[in-house]
Design a protein around this ligand. Sequence first.
Ligand SMILES: C[S@@+](CC[C@H](N)C(=O)[O-])C[C@H]1O[C@@H](n2cnc3c(N)ncnc32)[C@H](O)[C@@H]1O
Length: 160
Amino acid sequence: MGNERQLKLATQFVAVRDVNEYRATIPAWVSKEDVVLEIGCEWGTTTALLAQHAKEVIGTDISPECIERARRTHPGVRFEVLDGFDARAAVGFGKAFTKVYIDMSGLSGYRSLLDAISLMMMYATVFRPAAIVIKSGALKHFASHCVAWRPAAARPEAAE
Ligand SMILES: C[S@@+](CC[C@H](N)C(=O)[O-])C[C@H]1O[C@@H](n2cnc3c(N)ncnc32)[C@H](O)[C@@H]1O
């Protein structure tokens, strides 16, 4: 049950189904004021696109091999090894991230819905970014069936 002391979320969550949708969000959600963290960057293709729109970006992946290849392929972009579940290590980058992009393998199925939600809540709490974009087909499907119910008195359109 919520109460007045519970965390007031400052973050919007954007769930996308696949890599095309993931990349298509960039012009809509990222601007030149943004400092962006990408979690699960693999070879850095999306990180490099983010770099074109953001003030600053760090691409991260749990795989040192991926990070090595990303650094070789995109020498102008910063890449670091990071386990996405270790938000304390992300704090160690010393950046106030305003947008977080998450594309970790294993997050798309229904069985990982709770992992996806707990990851988003963790990064929303630690960095308070304006938005977190996450690639999870299961989350997108689930979210499209959710409605936050409000009583009629709280709905301006119902007052007419
Ligand atoms: C689908 S690929 C990412 C593709 C990339 N975002 C792009 O747009 O080109 C998923 C990546 O998640 C990484 N990954 C898996 N578990 C992770 C974790 N716990 N923390 C960070 N990265 C993880 C994998 O190593 C893999 O490179």
